[in-house]
Every structure is written in structure tokens, then in C-alpha cells.
Design a protein around this ligand. Structure first.
Ligand SMILES: [Fe+2]
Length: 369
């Protein structure tokens, strides 16, 4: 049996953020508005959005300053504020971290559970979320996953459940146009990784492949022009492709790349998309013997060569690292701990095309050290 899970409504296109008040008012009158550190304010969008919401008579509590890679103390601090305010729903406008924080807070309010109690279990209840991404990569606006870091153990883990899928996703590419080249490259590679991992996952179906291939082709053809040539046409396409890749992983889950990139983020603060980029070439080399011939031919045709080599080329063109040691001192890296953490992401490991042994994870980390 295969089920395709999506938000109830996906609104996409230039200037669709203007639809936000109409959608919100159908949910309630009182909202907590989650946003990031500064970019929404700097771009003038925060003011515009608040004005639009105010015109409809909606009451808004602003929760801003949500940092990248949300952690447990931050989520709990926000939870207290939101609990006191008692909103009808949460509006999350930001990158994956902002949307993920909204998901965790919305689940914690409804379930009255602690974060550790939610871990490893299907989350079934949350208050409604309207999500609008300002980056083009995580796909969090359409997925059932939220990533969070335990600062004490430096463990970055996922919470999951159907209730975490935002009720409404508004994908307005214009909100992503102000991303810095680094953020655009890192999030773009994250989206590419989602598309590839979904396409090559054990749970892939002909339906999820449609979303994954659409995302893959669009990202492959538009990532470079969107970032290096500042093409607005390509930026818009990358924004849609990131949501398609999100739909793809929402219905297949990710695989070995994400199992191995989360510990790099948790233990060494390596940006999620950058960690995925570093791991993609060895992941593809490792899986090559298990990839069905038609899928391998598709990738070769699209990329114009052997996929791991072409991805390395793409990373170099985007000025992204291909080795961990380009970011942190080799001596600081505890490979044993990385392997242990990666191994514990069973959901992703079991979903990988080729069967993964502990020594395979070790070999891949060593290859990109
Ligand atoms: Fe990701």
C-alpha cells in the first residue's frame, strides 16, 4: 500500500503571500507568527505581512529571532510564550529551522508531552500551522518531519508524524529572492539531496518518482543560474523544485545521506545542506551497484556523466566544500561517535537502497574526511 501525504492546501506562485490573511481567518483569529533572526524584517516583508494580517483584524503574537538549527531550550522558551498566548494556530515564515520550531511547539502544546516523549513515536496532534518558506531547500513546509538538536548531547534528531504536516503551505518564490549565495547554495543542495535520496530510496514508487524527477531536473538545470547568474526565472523554479523534493521525501523518507549528515550538524555545527553535499558523491558511489539500470541511466543523462563526479563538480562550482576538513580541523573529528550517531538513524538507514553496515558508514566518513 502506498499513501501520498500532502498539506491540505498548497498555494504557490509569485506574490501568493498576499493570500495569507484569507487562509488564516478560516482557521481562527489569534496567531503566533514565527520568523527568523532578521532577514524577513530587513526585506520589508515582515511589516507588509503584519499590515495584511492586521487589515483582516487578526491578532498576532510575534516570535522572532529563531536561530538556525533549533535546539531544545529555545523550543521550550518559545513554547512557554505561545502557551500563555493560546493562539488558534501558528504562522511560520522562514527557513526550515523556523518551520521546524513551529511544528515542535505546535505538537508540544497539543499533546502536553515532553520532547523526549515525542521522540520515536508518530505525532498525532498539533495546532494548525501555515508555513511559508523563505529558503528553497528544506521542504519543511510540506513534510511530516522536524529536526531538533539536544545541546547537552549534541544529538540532532527528528520528530515525525502526520500532525506535523502544515495545514497550509504558501510557496511564494519572491520570499526566497533575498537569500545570500551561501544560504541559497546550501539549501539548494539540501533540496537536491532530497530529490536524489527519494528517487533512490527503498520506499520510492512511480508516484514519488514523479515528484523526485521533477525536482531533480529543475534543480540540476536551475541551481547554478539561480545563484551565480542571479536569474529570477531560475530562482522561481528552484523554489518550486524544493517543495516538490519535499513532497517526495515526505512520502519516501530520506536515506543514508541524511542519517550521516545530522551527526555532522549536531556535533560540529556543519550546515545541513553543506554536510549533505559532502556526503552525496560517496553515497552515490556506495549505492551504485544497487541502483536499477534505468535510474542510473536517467541520472547519467541528466547530469551528463557519472553522477558522483558531476555532483562534486557542482559543489566546486558553487564554492562548497567536498571534504569535512575544509570546514573543521581533522583532529577534532571523532569518527567513532559520528558512526554511532549515524547508525542510530535506523529509519533512514533501513530506507537506503544498498544494505548499510557499520563499516560502510565508517568508510564513507573516512572518504570525505
Ligand atoms: Fe534535508
Amino acid at each position: 500500500m502506498a499513501i501520498l501525504e500532502l498539506p491540505k492546501k498548497i498555494i504557490y506562485g509569485i506574490d501568493t503571500i498576499n493570500q495569507l490573511p484569507e487562509e488564516a481567518i478560516m482557521i481562527g483569529k489569534k496567531f503566533s507568527l514565527f520568523c527568523g533572526e532578521a532577514s524577513l524584517k530587513k526585506s520589508g516583508y515582515l511589516e507588509k505581512i503584519l499590515e495584511l494580517l492586521g487589515m483582516k483584524g487578526l491578532e498576532i503574537q510575534i516570535i522572532n529571532g529563531i536561530t538556525p538549527e533549533p535546539n531544545i531550550p529555545l523550543v521550550l522558551e518559545i513554547l512557554n510564550k505561545v502557551k500563555e498566548y493560546k493562539p488558534d494556530g501558528i504562522i511560520a515564515i522562514g527557513g526550515g529551522s523556523v518551520i521546524d520550531t513551529a511544528k515542535v511547539v505546535s505538537a508540544l502544546i497539543t499533546t502536553n508531552s515532553s520532547i523526549s516523549e515525542l521522540r520515536g513515536k508518530e505525532i498525532e496532534f498539533s495546532i494548525p500551522i501555515i508555513a511559508s518558506p523563505t529558503t528553497a531547500g528544506t521542504g519543511s513546509e510540506v513534510t511530516r518531519f522536524a529536526v531538533i538538536t539536544d545541546l547537552d548531547t549534541k544529538d540532532k534528531f527528528i520528530l515525525y508524524g502526520k500532525a506535523l504536516i502544515p495545514q497550509i503551505a504558501i510557496i511564494d518564490p519572491k520570499l526566497t529572492f533575498t537569500m545570500s549565495p551561501l544560504v541559497a547554495s546550501a539549501t539548494g543542495i539540501d533540496a537536491l539531496s532530497h530529490a536524489i535520496e527519494s528517487f533512490l530510496s527503498r520506499s520510492a514508487t512511480c508516484t514519488t518518482d514523479l515528484w523526485a524527477k521533477g525536482a531533480l531536473e529543475t534543480l540540476w538545470n536551475n541551481l547554478i543560474p539561480s545563484i551565480l547568474e542571479n536569474s529570477l526565472y531560475s530562482k522561481e523554479r528552484v523554489s518550486y523544485a524544493s517543495f516538490w523534493a519535499g513532497v517526495a521525501i515526505n512520502n519516501t523518507k530520506t536515506t543514508l545521506v541524511h542519517a550521516m549528515s545530522r551527526p555532522l550538524g549536531g556535533l560540529y555545527n556543519i550546515i545541513h545542506g553543506i554536510a549533505n553535499g559532502i556526503l552525496l558523491p560517496p553515497y552515490l558511489r556506495f549505492n551504485a551497484p544497487f541502483i536499477p539500470q534505468e535510474k542510473m541511466s536517467y541520472l547519467k543523462n541528466l547530469m551528463g556523466g557519472y553522477p558522483p563526479d558531476k555532483i562534486e563538480e557542482l559543489l566546486k562550482n558553487l564554492n562548497l566544500p567536498t571534504k569535512i576538513s575544509q570546514l573543521i580541523d581533522k583532529d577534532r573529528i571523532d569518527i567513532k561517535l559520528l558512526v554511532e550517531r549515524a547508525k542510530s538513524a535506523k529509519m533512514n538507514i533501513d530506507n537506503n537502497l544498498g544494505p548499510v553496515r557499520e563499516e560502510d558508514i565508517y568508510a564513507i566518513y573516512m572518504e570525505v574526511l
